[in-house]
Design a protein around this ligand. Structure first.
Ligand SMILES: Cc1cc2ncn([C@H]3O[C@H](COP(=O)(O)O)[C@@H](O)[C@H]3O)c2cc1C
Ligand SMILES: O=C(O)c1cccnc1
Length: 373
């Protein structure tokens, strides 16, 4: 059995009993029901993911940053030159990027994984050299990758998740670097959500309006030329994805197979999430939406997944920065479940009607949002 087949077969829905125990306990805590909003279902979901009540506060934390280059950049879909991908990968490996500051703040380790950069990088600490190809092909004239390359990238991602969990990591974060990678990300979101490219394409790392319009044209062409369809997720990923996108899909599947919560970042991570859930729907049970950034593809992907982002700070960087910033929120959601006194233990009188805050974010799903997690 291939590593991918084995990993998909190991993905089970999160534990309903642990979820029920966490929900029942949450209702006993000395606060009006729903008063802690999205923190409440987040802590309960972590209990269900790890299959344990009360769950441990998820720690240690590690971020994997997958790096790749993109043939489609010959069309100028990014404002930046391709060499910046490798330069930023080295900057992250040596601790100098924004995401390193965010990760130091929240106590997360960082590892960079070269799955598809064009240059050969030196053997430096903090960098895993797992190159599958020197960049992808131009997706406007044919598939960006072969299916064999996709499988190899998926296996790299699964392997990174396995290694981090084997090392003791209990909360995984996913990030990326790769000039042009918001283009394949928007293409994947379009194919897997059915939303038109114009609705899910953003400015990336600083395009102007004309640049964004040209980027949308490129994405429309690539989807049409390749006849990319969600009905065959691997073929669609090969057609309009990227090597780091594919590795991120593997990482999410690997995390789910190991019942380990994984925090998504921006549009590239969200694109990987819609592909991963097309391959193994129960993967969604292990995903936490870190933030809602400025790229419209994030909203489209999260709506399809039924996930609500934990923070909203107008970020539009990537790297894993939004995932890192969500870490204290995830940890606080679990700490609340573990440490807050119950009405009985603290001798606080319960409201006769349960004390639910009407209309509070966690109180009850709004119409049409029953699936929101
Ligand atoms: C200096 C620099 C640092 C970055 N860190 C993340 N990105 C982000 O921007 C790129 C995607 O945007 P686009 O598709 O428009 O190229 C990726 O590298 C992503 O990680 C960066 C981009 C730049 C220029
Ligand atoms: O949302 C993101 O992840 C993003 C936005 C702009 C550039 N790179 C990534």
């Amino acid at each position: 059995m291939s590593l991918l087949t084995e990993t998909i077969a190991a993905i089970r829905p999160a534990d309903a009993e642990a979820l029920a125990a966490a929900q029942a306990h949450q209702a006993q805590l000395t606060k009006p029901a729903g008063s802690m909003g999205l923190l409440e279902p987040t802590g309960e979901r972590v209990a269900a993911m790890v299959g344990e009540f009360p769950p441990p506060v998820p720690d240690p934390v590690a971020l994997a940053v997958f790096a790749g280059d993109h043939g489609v950049q010959t069309h100028g879909v990014s404002r930046w030159p391709q060499e910046v991908s490798a330069q930023m990968a080295l900057n992250i490996a040596s601790g100098g990027a924004v995401v390193n500051a965010m990760c130091r703040q929240v106590g997360a380790d960082v590892v960079v994984v070269d799955v598809g950069l064009v240059p050969e990088l030196p053997d430096v600490p903090g960098l895993l050299r797992r190159k599958i190809a020197s960049g992808t092909g131009d997706m406007t004239v044919g598939p960006a990758m072969t299916e064999a390359q996709v499988h190899a990238a998926l296996e790299v991602g699964i392997g990174v998740a396995r290694d981090l969990v084997a090392r003791g990591t209990r909360l995984l974060l996913v990030g990326e670097v790769g000039i042009g990678n918001t283009t394949p990300a928007a293409a994947l979101v379009s194919v897997f959500t059915g939303q038109a490219p114009a609705w899910v394409t953003g400015y990336g790392a600083g395009l102007d309006d004309a640049g964004k319009a040209a980027k949308i044209d490129v994405i429309e062409t690539a989807i049409t030329v390749n006849r990319a369809s969600a009905a065959d997720p691997i073929a669609a990923l090969a057609a309009v994805g990227g090597l780091e996108h594919a590795a991120m899909v593997g990482y999410l599947l690997g995390a789910a197979a190991l019942r380990t919560p994984v925090v998504l970042d921006g549009v590239i991570a969200c694109a990987a999430a819609v592909v991963a859930t097309a391959l193994a729907p129960d993967t969604v049970d292990y995903l936490i939406a870190g933030h809602s950034g400025m790229e419209p593809g994030i909203r489209a992907a999260l709506a399809q997944l039924g996930l609500r982002p934990l923070i909203d700070l107008d970020l539009r960087l990537g790297e894993g920065s939004g995932a890192a910033l969500a870490v204290p929120v995830v940890q606080a959601s679990v700490r609340m479940l573990r440490e807050v006194a119950t009405f009985a233990s603290a001798g606080v009188s319960e409201s006769p009607d349960g004390g639910t805050i009407e209309g509070g974010p966690g109180a009850r799903p709004e119409a049409g949002q029953e699936q929101q997690r």
